[in-house]
Unconditional design. Structure first.
Length: 180
């Protein structure tokens, strides 16, 4: 449908350009035939006709219009394709985000940090928690509270202070989750 309109518009422009050139040539011939035009006026008229033809493109306008129309059509196809890709990507991102949220909720419920101080040991003795466990628990508490910046700071500090801790792998995981 669009190409038919472009072709019709092109044909109309070509006809108009041809009519205009015929009219301009006719005026020049009439002026010459009446012999009331001096050679200087004739050159002046001739220059005006040439200038007008240059401004109108000399009939090449229809070819340029066709080329521009084809470029517009190609760009529209490209835009449509990109929109489709964007929609697919947005859908995948949304699915991944929902999956990450559900995994975080499950991890939040399942993987609790070590129990609070005062926990009874096997012999009924109370175990005093180390600074390592307290630092890990504080960082994990920030994660549970949803404070990403504090979580990042605490887990980073924990990993720098206790790089070989038994909780180092867990801390690295939670740190990555905070960044996510």
């Amino acid at each position: 449908m669009r190409t038919a309109r472009v072709a019709t518009a092109r044909a109309e422009r070509v006809r108009c350009g041809a009519r205009w050139r015929c009219a301009a040539t006719g005026l020049v011939l009439v002026a010459l035939a009446t012999a009331c035009v001096t050679p200087a006026e004739f050159r002046k008229l001739e220059r005006r006709v040439i200038d007008m033809e240059r401004q109108s493109g000399g009939g090449d306008e229809s070819g340029r219009l066709a080329e521009l129309g084809a470029q517009v059509d190609a760009l529209q196809l490209s835009v449509d394709e990109m929109q489709g890709r964007l929609e697919v990507t947005e859908h995948r991102v949304q699915e991944a985000l929902e999956e990450a949220r559900s995994a975080r909720s499950e991890a939040n419920r399942a993987a609790a940090p070590p129990k609070a101080g005062g926990e009874a040991a096997q012999g009924g003795e109370e175990v005093v928690e180390s600074a390592e466990v307290l630092a890990y628990r504080a960082a994990y508490g920030e994660w549970r509270a949803g404070d990403s910046e504090a979580c990042i700071d605490r887990f980073t500090e924990f990993l720098q202070t206790y790089p070989s801790s038994e909780y180092a792998d867990d801390a690295t995981y939670w740190l990555a989750d905070c960044y996510f």
